[in-house]
Design a protein around this ligand. Structure first.
Ligand code: ME8
Length: 528
């Protein structure tokens, strides 16, 4: 794929669109940070990238939150989006290319057209829905999956809250007709649903057979009106899923849509896997639109063993963490400390430990030692490596292997493995310095060539680390790039190709090295 060709297919990555019921939590920000690393990594491969996030604003759950706040749902969502959901993207340094709201006209009109087309094609029929519904999930439930609560109440297995019993005249989408085609899709495209545990869950679910899906609601009106029957609104999920297409120009900008669609990866939490891996591809099949290339379900951030939710008291706002650690450390921690695809727990203690050992004492200390020594012993001018020997070659070889490992890991969306590979390499460079002891070599005037080689080797390693960590920690990587004086010789950091980062000897002797501010300052012990 080439960035010079305007017609090249974009690498298109999405997050779920979040319900605007409260302020964001580190749970919702988790997916956005992961999507951002993927988007930035692909940009640094020279690909044209489109990274989408946004908000899901219709349905009963948002309506109830607005009612509790004493506001109309439109005012309520306008306020929260402007005060919270858009600003949080700056807080976590997200580089999204677009932000879609399901109340945008570019979305609502296309959604109506989409469902009108399916209605005209006989894919939708009128019937009655009777059964349980969880407003917190915005999901029709199967009686068999409910838990028993007190007084004979039936509870949602995810929220442990009582479900509503609904009896409504509705319209239905013929989802049951798509089970075989969906199973063939999973069979023919083994990476369509990932990780493997998610794929197995989806296959087992579809193999049981699918019921037709109720796609309208008539007991409230906060939604997109059904085009052929204005007494109903569209069910929030079949409105929301279409955001991925409407934001990409479906129905309005055919050239953009052709360049962007199909999505390369929909990132979702495992709570909303079925919507994305079953209902969404069936909707697209019914309309004759290509299905996305992959749905990747990551795990949950847990607090006290429970999924953190923005509406619970345990919710932590991303700013609380960023104010203390900075946005780079925030991004690093969540992507490094939790295996992408598995559940993980956040704790301040764990984050402090990782910050101190890997960032402050690891990468931060390495950068400050190397730049300080070049300033002190070579007046800030990077010397030539005249004595490249086995220890240096071992680091060069390890770097090449690190880049290959990181690239392959990002392709599998094993984001934590890519970061771990770079972190291991940082450790190896620190180990090299500890063994070579340049501060002792500096005392021997006859060993200037050895000293020059050691410092060149460490600086050249940092050059590669800046490129490898750029998608994760854009600000600190830029600080490293600046301290190395790399831009003058190699160009902007954002234009360095990640696949080329392992080629040894790129930072030329003679560049001006400066000792910048500390990358990861020591945390204040008592700041309350
Ligand atoms: O489900 N751990 O919106 P939502 C990890 N509007 N990820 C978490 C998380 C946690 N504790 N809490 C939230 C919806 N997330 C729908 C989506 S898409 C067409 C419509 C993340 O506000 C995770 O990605 O409940 C999860 O799937 C999403 O936020 C749910 O956000």
């Amino acid at each position: 794929m080439s960035e010079t060709s305007p017609a090249a297919k974009s690498f298109y990555v999405t997050t779920p669109i979040y319900y605007v019921t409260a302020a964001p939590s580190i749970g919702s920000a988790y997916t956005t940070v992961a999507g951002d690393m993927i988007a930035r990594w692909h940009r640094q491969r020279g690909e044209s990238v489109w990274y989408l996030t946004g908000t899901d604003e219709h349905g009963q759950k948002v309506l109830q939150a607005a009612e509790e706040a004493g506001q109309s749902p439109q005012d309520f969502t306008d306020g929260l989006v402007a005060r919270e959901w858009q600003p949080v993207l700056d807080v976590i340094d997200a580089s999204n290319d677009d932000f879609i709201r399901t109340t945008d006209e570019r979305h609502t009109e296309r959604v109506r057209e989409f469902w009108q087309t399916l209605y005209d094609a006989g894919q939708v029929y009128e019937g009655t829905y009777e059964g349980p519904y969880c407003v917190a999930c915005e999901e029709f439930k199967l009686p068999a999956e409910l838990l028993d609560g007190a007084d004979g109440q039936k509870l949602c297995p995810i929220h442990q809250r009582p479900v509503d019993q609904i009896s409504e005249s509705n319209y239905f989408f013929r989802l049951s007709e798509y089970a075989d085609r969906l199973l063939a899709l999973y069979e023919d495209n083994p990476t369509f649903v990932q990780p493997e545990s998610a794929r197995n869950e989806v296959i087992a679910f579809v193999k049981q057979g699918l019921d037709d899906l109720s796609i309208t609601r008539s007991s409230f009106d906060w939604g997109i009106p059904v085009p052929w029957d204005e007494g109903h609104v569209l069910y929030v999920w079949i409105d929301a899923l279409l955001n991925y297409a409407t934001a990409a120009g479906y129905g309005t900008a055919p050239e953009t849509f052709a360049r962007t669609w199909p999505a390369d990866v929909h990132l979702v939490g495992r709570d909303i896997l079925r919507f994305h891996a079953v209902i969404w591809p069936a909707m697209l099949m019914a309309a004759g639109i290509d299905v996305p290339r992959q749905v990747f379900a990551h795990g949950w951030l847990l607090v006290g063993g429970q999924k953190m939710s923005k509406s619970k008291a345990t919710a932590i706002h991303p700013s609380q963490v960023v104010d203390h650690f900075g946005s780079d450390a925030y991004r690093y921690y969540f992507l490094r400390a939790i295996a992408f695809g598995s559940d993980g727990s956040f704790s301040w203690e764990h984050m402090t430990a990782i910050y101190t050992s890997e960032l402050a004492n690891g990468l931060g200390n390495l950068t400050s030692r190397v730049t300080a020594m070049v300033c002190r012993y070579f007046d800030g001018v990077l010397p030539e490596a005249t004595d490249h020997g086995p220890a240096e070659q071992a680091l060069a070889d390890q770097l090449a292997a690190t880049v290959a490992t990181a690239e392959a890991a990002v392709d599998r969306l094993a984001l934590h493995e890519a970061i771990a590979a770079t972190e291991t390499y940082v450790g190896a460079v620190n180990h090299y310095l500890a063994e070579q002891e340049p501060w002792k070599v500096a005392k021997d005037d006859a060993a200037r060539g050895r000293l020059a080689t050691i410092l060149f080797t460490a600086a050249e390693s940092l050059r590669a680390v800046a490129v490898l960590h750029h998608a994760v920690m854009p600000k600190s990587s830029q600080q490293i790039w600046d301290a190395l004086g790399a831009a003058a010789a190699l160009g902007p950091l954002a234009e360095q190709r990640v696949g080329d980062a392992g080629r040894w000897g790129q930072l030329p002797a003679g560049v001006t090295i400066t000792k910048g501010a500390s990358l990861f300052p020591r945390l204040a012990d008592n700041d309350d």
